[in-house]
Write a protein that binds this ligand. Structure first.
Ligand SMILES: Nc1nc2c(ncn2[C@@H]2O[C@H](COP(=O)(O)OP(=O)(O)OP(=O)(O)O)[C@@H](O)[C@H]2O)c(=O)[nH]1
Length: 249
């Protein structure tokens, strides 16, 4: 794919809701204009009001103006409804961060960007250790609270350009754009220490295991996830509460 095509694709993707509504609006204006022009509606309104003196031209114009305001309000409402619907479709309902479906799209886009601009990005996958015990000992709603709080603590630590994704139940993925493997593994280690060092009021100390991998230009999404999951698997197998870097399968 040429550079131009990739840039056009990204632009279309990132502005797709606005673009779609703008296209609809332009089509509507063209159609309305065509209909008005074809039937010479404006002239007809004028003639009609002249022949029917009981109808004031001012009233007609006012009616048309009010209808136009209604129409604009309708289009704006539809636009915001659509935006909210898109946001809901991309967000995990429990934690309120990017969900797996949207996260997968963002990772694929990041691979495109890497190919285009020749930089390195990385993935961090982490999983709360022995989370089943938290649920078993304190109940599912406390478990939910721990997941939310954990996600908040981690989000506060990462850069605003990093994207946190709820990948599975108690599994989170962090997409770190323009971050090489060394920086990503230092970040993972910092997060691991932070989680371990800050007990949760309801359940006490919690730890998490981490995998870190670079995004590979020629890899599929599944291949990418398998790679970082391999790192996480090693961390779990070697005793949990640790970071494993995996640069190739
Ligand atoms: N409260 C809550 N629990 C969840 C949620 N999603 C998954 N879980 C629980 O997370 C637990 C995961 O258990 P396991 O896969 O055995 O993992 P683990 O106990 O963390 O053990 P290790 O991963 O080996 O450290 C299960 O009890 C799931 O029910 C959720 O949204 N809320």
């Amino acid at each position: 794919m040429s550079q131009m095509m990739v840039q056009v694709r990204h632009f279309m993707y990132e502005h797709r809701v606005v673009l779609k509504d703008s296209v609809l609006l332009v089509l509507f204006v063209i159609m309305t204009g065509t209909v008005l022009g074809y039937f010479e509606v404006a002239e007809w309104i004028y003639e009609y009001s002249r022949d029917h003196e009981e109808i004031e031209l001012d009233e007609l114009i006012l009616t048309i103006a009010i209808s136009s305001i209604y129409l604009i309000a309708f289009i704006l409402r539809r636009y915001f409804d659509l935006r909210n619907a898109v946001k809901a479709a991309n967000t995990d309902p429990l934690i309120g961060i990017t969900n797996r479906r949207k996260g997968s799209e963002l990772i694929e886009l990041e691979i495109d960007r890497m190919n285009l601009h020749q930089f390195t990005s990385s993935l961090i996958l982490f999983d709360v250790d022995d989370f089943k015990q938290v649920n078993d000992n304190y109940g599912h709603s406390v478990g939910d609270m721990v997941l939310k709080e954990m996600s908040k603590r981690v989000s506060d630590e990462v850069r605003s350009s990093d994207i946190m994704i709820r990948w599975g139940g108690e599994e989170f993925l962090i997409l770190c754009p323009r971050t090489d493997l060394n920086d990503a593994s230092m970040l993972a280690e910092r997060l691991r220490e932070k989680i371990e060092a800050t007990p949760f009021p309801e359940v006490g100390r919690i730890t998490a295991s981490f995998g870190v991998a670079p995004l590979q230009e020629s890899e599929t999404l599944k291949g990418q996830i398998d790679l970082v999951d391999q790192g996480l698997y090693f961390s779990k197998r070697e005793g949990k509460n640790q970071v494993t870097v995996c640069s190739q399968r």
